[in-house]
Design a protein around this ligand. Sequence first.
Ligand SMILES: NC(=O)C1=CN([C@@H]2O[C@H](COP(=O)(O)OP(=O)(O)OC[C@H]3O[C@@H](n4cnc5c(N)ncnc54)[C@H](OP(=O)(O)O)[C@@H]3O)[C@@H](O)[C@H]2O)[C@@H](O)CC1
Ligand SMILES: Nc1ncnc2c1ncn2[C@@H]1O[C@H](COP(=O)(O)OP(=O)(O)O)[C@@H](O)[C@H]1O
Ligand SMILES: [K+]
Length: 514
Amino acid sequence: MISAFTGTQIRAAEQPLLDAGEGAVLMQRAAHGLANAVVNELRSEGRRLYGSSVTVLAGKGNNGGDGLFAAAILARRGMRTTAVLTAGSAHPGALGAFGAAGGRIHVLDENNAEELAVLIAGDDVVIDAILGTGARGGLGGPAAELIVALQELKPKVVVACDVPSGVDADTGEVHWPVLTARLTVAFGAVKAGLMADPGEGCAGRVLPVPIGMEDSLPLPALRRLSVRDVAAVLPNPGRRVHKYTRGVLGIVAGSERYTGAAALSVEAASVAGAGMVRYLGPETVARQVLERTPEAIWEPGEPGRVQAWLLGPGLNGTEQLQRARDVLAAASAAGQPAVVDAGALELLPERCPPHWILTPHAGELAALLGRGEVCVTREDVESRTLHFVRLAAEHTGAVVLLKGATTLIASPSGAVFSQSEGCPWMSTAGSGDVLGGILGALAATYAESGMDDDGPFAAQGIEPAERWAAAAAVGASIHGMAGSAASAGGPLTASDIVRAVPGVYRALMEHRTR
Ligand SMILES: NC(=O)C1=CN([C@@H]2O[C@H](COP(=O)(O)OP(=O)(O)OC[C@H]3O[C@@H](n4cnc5c(N)ncnc54)[C@H](OP(=O)(O)O)[C@@H]3O)[C@@H](O)[C@H]2O)[C@@H](O)CC1
Ligand SMILES: Nc1ncnc2c1ncn2[C@@H]1O[C@H](COP(=O)(O)OP(=O)(O)O)[C@@H](O)[C@H]1O
Ligand SMILES: [K+]
């Protein structure tokens, strides 16, 4: 499990060490971690350190101090080093060390941003150490000009010091312009803003470097399940199971207009481990669903028993909407878990049970919040994903899974998970319907006993109030892994994601036995 913390939490954890006069030691550890990361990045490209060039963009705070100390280490190891002081002044000790190691210094001013950008862009590595956790807002003036010009010139390798400057370490909000990093070296722990969009999109790979305050960290603001975590909680049918004990999922999806959504979600649920899928919908749609997944059962009348529901993909028309309304009311009364997507999001009651999982994309989340009189646009949600997903979970009382390049899952208890295994090729029609099917299958499987204190989530130390959010994170992770496997770097269809799901399960099961 990767845990992420806000800048405020990390500063609080550092405080006792700072009070004990250990600040300089922490900074040295950070600088060594950053310098080593630069060395490894160059070596991974088969480059020699000696004679390679690095520029550090250094702000006036401790972030700039970390960058300058790291550059001093690199200068002593044979790199040609340059510093650009973006605020005129810099951490005195670090600047002294940098000068003593033989680094060249430029001071950014109103007139030289473009010229410096051209100079820097030719270097092998650029270290962004302008702003860290102490930033208020983003870059302005000549520093912003420098970053805009540099971004256009596409420097070879950008390594961000702690966070890319301009990314809010607590929230992932981005104050443009930001220099997109290939690697972000995070000191002490990963910052929450590196695991939520749009911040994550600027950070590249994130490498946490311990600096000695890790034992004092509080509960994380955000968590990400690793492959090992997902493997550990994956339902694994025992010898005595049968289809009903494995979990039956009821699906209300599709319509005459959107037949494919029903077909995709039913097939995805079937391959993602549901014991059985009962489909509820018009006969014309059901025929196509069964053609693709003959294993599913069509329920023209009163449906048989289920452990969980998936409602919403491709939902349209009076008859299907009424069916979904009835099922939601029944599921609420019976205390059954439900995954609620797309068209069914409009049918939700004001407060939902905490074991319902809502799966909006940014536009749908804006509409969902609008029902509670929070007027926001899709763009607002996209620029403050962590804030709005939390707000939606708080307002609805349900688990809210916000889809995107990074998928955020907020529990009404306040816990948030972040998964990012997918790839941009997955932004294709029907991809969300497949996710719905996977989540539905997991909900049906976990419904009976998965959430108990002797279940798999408890064994991973996940608190009862966070377990349904963790289950949704498992679904997002499997969906992302299946999409990336199906893509292998190229385009894909939603059907390809479905076909890749069993392979992902197999790989995870193997992981478990290792
Ligand atoms: N605590 C520790 O001992 C350790 C901390 N560590 C490192 O320190 C970093 C935090 O350092 P920090 O607190 O000095 O703040 P930092 O991120 O460098 O930036 C703030 C500076 O920039 C300025 N500034 C603010 N906003 C601005 C803006 N929009 N545009 C322009 N300027 C702006 C602000 O000046 P002001 O405006 O307040 O005069 C201030 O001087 C952290 O990310 C990690 O790298 C590690 O070494 C481990 C040990
Ligand atoms: N850029 C991206 N990178 C990775 N995954 C993405 C990206 N864009 C979208 N996705 C994923 O693709 C799916 C799209 O779902 P959705 O918007 O509901 O599409 P649809 O309604 O067409 O099925 C979500 O699971 C989302 O997380
Ligand atoms: K930085």
